[in-house]
Structure formats: structure tokens, C-alpha cells
Design a protein. Sequence first.
Length: 665
Amino acid sequence: MEKADKILAHGIVVAMDDQRHVWRDGGIVIKDGAIEFVGPWDQIEGKFSADDVCDCTGLLLTPGIVNAHTHVPMSLLRGLSDDLRLDVWLLGYMMPVERAFVKPDFVRKGTLLSLAEMLLSGITTFCDMYYFEEEIAKAVDEAGMRAILGETILKFPSPDANSYDEGLDRTEKFISEWKDHPRVIPAVAPHAPYTATDDLLTRAAELAIDQGVPLHIHLSETAQEVRESFKEFGLSPIARVNKLGVFKAKTIAAHCVHVDREDIQILRENNVGVAHNPSSNMKLASGMAPVQQMIRNGVHVGIGTDGPASNNNQNMLEELHLASLLAKAHTGDPTALPAEESFAMATIEGARALHLDHLIGSLEPGKRADITAFSLDAPHLIPLFDLGPQNIYSHLVYTAQASDVKHVWVDGKQLLKDRQPLTIDYGEVARDAKKIAVSIGDFVIHRERSLLDKLLAIAPGVEQRETFEIQVKARVPDLSEIERRIQSSELKVLRRSVRQQFDTYFLFKDGNQGFIRYREDNVLVHHKGRSNLPGADLDVKPQYTLTLLGPTVEREYANSVILRRSRFVAPATHSLRFYREYFRPDREKEVVKWRTRYHIDYEGEDFAINLDKLTKPAVEEGFIEIKVRTWSKADAERKAGLVNELLTKLDIPAEALVKGEYVGL
Ligand SMILES: [Zn+2]
């Protein structure tokens, strides 16, 4: 009799080996954390003995479930903001909240919550990408699970690094600390091509290759990402990172939703593992990954939950169910991704995608004893036909729930017993998580009430301008007449420009907040002598700005109006659609105008004179605006006097004066 450490007896064993063995009365023999033998019970009985024999009668024993892509600490952001587009969700909500909250303690507590959740859905191995990954490593070590942990690197400051140089240093240190751990596999995780420079990607890959660790990255998740990559680099994101040598590292690519034949070929040739995330792709409407096509072309595709803020759970049973249904809906073919293939994606193919199939993914002698046991007692699992293995895969993929998971072992050590986590103090974990959530909730509520805080959250470099300004505005029947007067007067013209301005105003019920203006400013630039053809010497140079105009305090002085208000200006780096979905205005107004702007010097001061012709809303007359900045009350009064002198010089009568912004006209 051979002595083992543990025997799981009389279960229905689903091996997921190459022959896809299923033993209706089977057993698993475990020694030193590895599988010593697996097979029919009659080959175990009398041959092996152990002090610890677990009766698994009526249980389904499968390889531990592999979650190929997630961001575990984001469990603390679950349900915070949903039903948004990816950019608004990520840049408008997740990243600002992360900048404020993601500290080592947040990471640890969010991780423990996720580990409990994952164990309860039968997950034994997961592949992560986040910040302060060393905290995740410690939690994984304590909980006894297995994970690939990628320290995220971004081209801009992240919660744990001010620059990507720092991010790379951090990653190197993390790798050296955890490299020899039996269950924690450190990795390099450049977040995505669109958040990385070529230099970042190249250096991240070199680090992964030097250290012999995996590289984890998001690739081709949205159509927009692919479109912009073609525009900027002339290559798909996959072709671009391939050109940079990224795939020389053992790569795990999350998503790969928008991939073409060439991309798939690159993935296969470089043995890039793909993590398919059906819930996340559907919820964020990123699209449907051509899973069937990738698998047929020899790409190893696993399944991931993605982070719990975009899913919103880490239930792999739900995920593999959806993967199968989505493949059928996508291809219009009900035979696409049958249950067996789908279950393989959550086990052996997932292990291959993570480059860990030498250790896990199937129940075979020599592999680590990572095992999930499902109870078959619940009404939805009855009956279980015995027509062939397909009945079992069908139950696992289409029927089983996370709540059917009964026991979990990793390296032969039991981590979940009768649905109780043995290595995690779940009571404490839940209490801690709820406590952190209260402060996150308060932060978001506060931020949503203040337009300035919302603006600062997405444009940290926002600049405050002009606290005081003096302005007059008047209707003029003929703008060319005014131009003639400016040019013939003794006013010294410093600059003149012509521009078309498309302004979209976001207006809010609470007027005390001010309003937001998104401006597309098309300045016409002259290139003298470029060509004799009419118009050839003109270029349009669009500039986009986002301005928060605070509520104004007005004081009239002579004919001028002295305005005091805050004005925060940021370059508008996102689309109008992004800002609309992010700020959610109560009303919107558009103003389009042609503006001829003169900068003149009068009495040693720089005045702006705008000659405006509104085309939307169309206004018959033109407008003149005279503006000057000031910094104090006394100076304001002096300049208001100068503005009045200018009005007289340009022959503008007092009756023509109007008050307010164009948006209010
Ligand atoms: Zn992700």
C-alpha cells in the first residue's frame, strides 16, 4: 500500500486531461500537494492509503477553476457607477476614485473580499492586474490560493507610482521579492497600449523576459482603441505591441474583442494567451470577441471575470455560462462553443492561456492538487443523465451556480469546506469592506455636487484664470464698419485673428454652480506665399477647451460691467460626448459664431475687441465685445473708464449695449 497525504474518494471526477476522462466513481490521491494518482475508485482502493480520506460521494470533482483576468481590489468599487461607456466609467469614475483611495490598506481589504468571493465560486487560480500588487501577494499567500499578479504600469501617474520609470522599478522590486513563491507568480502589467508609450511597452517586455515572468496586458478591448491605434501608429494594438517585441514575453492578453485575421495569427504565432471576459464586454458594450475563431486558429483562450467593478461579480460559473451563450448568439450557430469547450476554457485552456498548464488546469498525476468540488443536490442539478460526459459538462456550464461549490483545495490544502472559507476570516473581511465603502460613497456624493470637483477629477492640471474682468457688449448693425473704425483710429492693433467658434454650454438647474463650456475654436492661420490659389494660404487649427465659468458677481460702472467670477480652463482632451455623459447637464445650448479678434494697446493696456457674428442662433446684427482683465477693484474702475472711452472712439451708442453671455441671449 502506498501512503499518501489525502484521498478524495467516490466523486465523479472530471479530469480535463487530453482524453477528457470522466470517472463516475473516481478518486484523487494527493501527496506533497500534488496529484499522485487520479482514476476510477477500483484502481485506488487497496493500492493507496491516507489518514485523511474525504468521502466525496455525490460530488463532482473538477480541476480548480481558473479566472484568467481580474482586478481583485476593485471589489470595493463594485456597483459604484454602472451603465456608463468605458471611457466615462474608467476616466470619470474609477480612476479619480482610485487616485483618492487606492492605498495598501484598500488593496489588502478589497483583495480579501475578492478571494472569499472567488473561493465560493470554485476559483483556485486567478490572473490579476492592479496597484500595490505586493499587498495582493501577501493576501494570496495567507489565503493559500494561486495567482499571477501583475503590477500595473501606466504612462501617467498611478496610485502607486508617479511615473512609469517608478512603476517599472516598483515592478522589478515586486518580482524579486515574490519570484520564488510556490503559488504567487509575479508579473509585469503594462495596462494597455493606449495608456503606454512605446518606451514603456518595450521596457516592460524586457523586464518580463529578463525575469522570466509573465506579462499581462489589455489588448483591443474596444473598437475605438483599435481605430485610434490605426490612426496614430498605422497598426492594430496587437500588431503594434508585437512590433515592439512585447510578445517575446509570456503574454496574457485580456479581451482581444476587436481582432482581425492578422491579429489572430500574431497571437497564435507568439503563443499569446487570451482572457475572454464576456460579462465585462457585454456590460461595457465593448463588443463580442471572436472566441470560436481564435480557438479554431490555435489560440489558447481562457475566461476571466474582469474586475468586480465592471462585471459586477467574480463568479466564473456565470462567466463560462455566458461565454457559451455569447458565442452562439454571436455566430448564429447553436453548436458554437459547446459546454465541454467552454468548461475547458475555465480549466485547462485557461491554464494554457496563463502559461501554467504544466502545474494546473487538469487532474493528472504530477500536477498540483487544485480541485473544486460541486454538490449535485440542488433542484436545478436534478436529474443528471448518464448518457455520456456531455451531460456533466452541460450541468457545469448551463446549470451549476457558484452556490453549488462545496469544497476547494489548492496544493492539496483545503481552503473551502462546506462553503466556509478556512483561511479567510470572512466576518472581519465583510466588516472592513463595508467601512471603506462608506468613505468612498461620501467622496463621490460630495464630488457629484460640485462642478469644480468633477472637473478637477478628470483634468487635474486645470488652470484657474481671471478672477475679475471688465466687459461690455453691444449690438452693431454693421461689423465691417466697426472694423474700418478700428483700423482708421489711432488705436494700436497688436494682433488680429479670425476664428469660428462652436460652443456647447452645459447648463444646470443649480445656477450657483456656474456652467461648463466646451469650445471648438477654429483659428484661421495664414501662410503667406504658400500658393497663389485662393484659400490655399489658409489653415484651420482647431483647439478644444473646457471651461467652468463660475457664477458671476456683476457690478455696473458707468456703461461697463465689472464681472467677478472664477474661470477654470482645461484643454478638452476628450470628446464632447464624453463630457456630456460625464457632467450630465440639465440643459444644453449651442452657440456658433465667427469671431474677429483684435488685440489693441490703449493707454498701455491690452484690450481684446471681439467682433462676433452669430450663426447659431442666427442673429441679424453683429456684436462687439470689449474685454480687459484686472486684478483689483481700483484697477477695475480705472479700466472700466478706459472701456467707455473706447466705446466713444468707436462711436457705439449707449442704447446698443447688451448684458450677459451669448448663451443667455
Ligand atoms: Zn481588465
